[in-house]
Design a protein around this ligand. Structure first.
Ligand SMILES: *Cc1c(COP(=O)(O)O)cnc(C)c1O
Length: 366
């Protein structure tokens, strides 16, 4: 039986046509027509005025934080239950991540916990839309306004995700996306930065390209980076944006079929809660009893089904450890499994997966 991977990119549409155009015209580096075409198409898709492309989702976050002037002495509130890049990029600016707990039902950061963590040093809140579900953007936008805090949205897992019909990434002062190979749309490696203010956007554009002066050649007046995306990546990205709606529809249908087939088992699926569009970057389950999580994953691996465990909380990791107890984050992370979630998953494959999960619980519970 063939292995069912947890993810694989769907490389259809105009992808070969566009990439070949880069090769035949010679525009393979970070200049070329696909860069601005992809940026424009992306901004239009999410409903943002502008977007600037970068090399990956991690440097997107670092660039966004740096463009806001976040650094030494600042505190940035972030959920501990997130991918490590959210935390590492805060540390890379010299700022201090302040970990807060998440909500059991949505898996997103708890707005009340953010409020409780605010100190005179708090500069920003980083909202991470995990696994395709949005954070509560009413509560978070309000508290940022009340306390005059910057809002950073890590939307790496939130392409196609909406809160009250509005795409994530358009609520914050800055927002970032990732186009890694297993993200909802991919460019191989790649990322995007959005900014509410035109000044911050300009700063991002300068910082990502060595801080070169707009008026004087090879004159650099700020400490900056090379975080640019290539034209080939952008060519792939443009082709992906063109088929994004069908990729999202397919992923939603997969999530629906998992929900139906797994009903009644001692687990829950990661369902949308509230006025949201869940994009199901990853279709996830949480087992009721955490001791069953690893044996279930082992059983699925034996059935040639690849899965992923939920992220361990950042506050427990050696290089960014903090002496706090975050009960929801700690519990969620030991119970969660990401199931195969790629758009090309067939209904036969999803039946095989659900059959294997069901047989695990039958064997164990009788
Ligand atoms: C994937 C991801 C990133 C980083 O993106 P890369 O493109 O892999 O650097 C950041 N934050 C979250 C939540 C992610 O899932």
């Amino acid at each position: 039986m063939a292995i069912i991977p947890v993810y694989e990119p769907y490389l259809g549409g105009n992808i070969s046509l566009y990439v070949n155009e880069c090769l035949t015209t010679g525009w393979i580096s970070s200049r070329g027509a696909f860069i601005s075409r992809f940026e424009k198409a992306f901004a239009e898709y999410v409903g943002a005025p502008q977007a600037t492309s970068v090399a990956n989702g991690t440097v997107a976050l670092h660039l966004a934080l740096d463009a806001l002037g976040i650094g030494i002495g600042d505190e940035v509130i972030v959920p501990s239950f997130t991918y490590i890049a959210s935390v590492n990029t805060i540390l890379q600016t010299g700022a201090t991540p302040i970990y807060v707990d998440s909500l059991e039902d949505t898996l997103q950061v708890d707005p009340q916990a953010i409020r409780n963590a605010i100190t005179p040093r708090t500069r920003a809140v980083m909202a991470v839309h995990l696994y395709g579900h949005p954070c509560d953007m009413d509560a978070i936008s309000t508290l940022c306004r009340d306390h005059d805090l910057l809002l950073v949205e890590d939307c790496a897992e939130g392409f196609g995700t909406r809160w009250k019909g509005q795409h994530v990434g358009t609520f914050g002062d800055v927002a970032t996306f990732s186009f890694f190979g297993n993200k909802t749309i991919t460019t191989g490696e790649g990322g995007m930065v959005l900014a509410r203010s035109a000044d911050v956007m300009d700063k991002c554009r300068r910082l990502k390209s060595q801080g070169v002066s707009p008026t004087r050649e090879y004159w650099h007046d700020i400490l900056a980076y090379n975080y640019r995306m290539t034209n080939i990546q952008a060519a792939i990205g443009l082709a992906q944006i063109e088929i994004a709606d069908s990729l999202l529809a397919r992923k939603k249908a997969i999530a629906q079929s998992y929900k139906q087939a797994l009903a009644g088992l001692p687990l829950r699926t990661h369902d949308p809660v509230g006025p949201v569009d869940h994009s199901f970057w990853m279709c996830s389950i949480l087992v009721d009893d955490h001791v069953q999580r690893d044996p279930l994953r082992k059983h699925l691996a034996e059935c040639q089904i690849e899965t992923r465990p939920f992220f361990p909380p950042a506050h427990l990791m050696p290089h960014c450890r903090a002496n706090v107890t975050l009960p929801a984050a700690e519990s969620i992370s030991t119970r969660g499994i990401n199931l195969p979630s790629y758009p090309g998953l067939t209904s036969e494959q999803s039946e095989r997966i659900c059959g294997s999960i069901t047989s695990f619980f039958r064997q164990n519970l009788i």
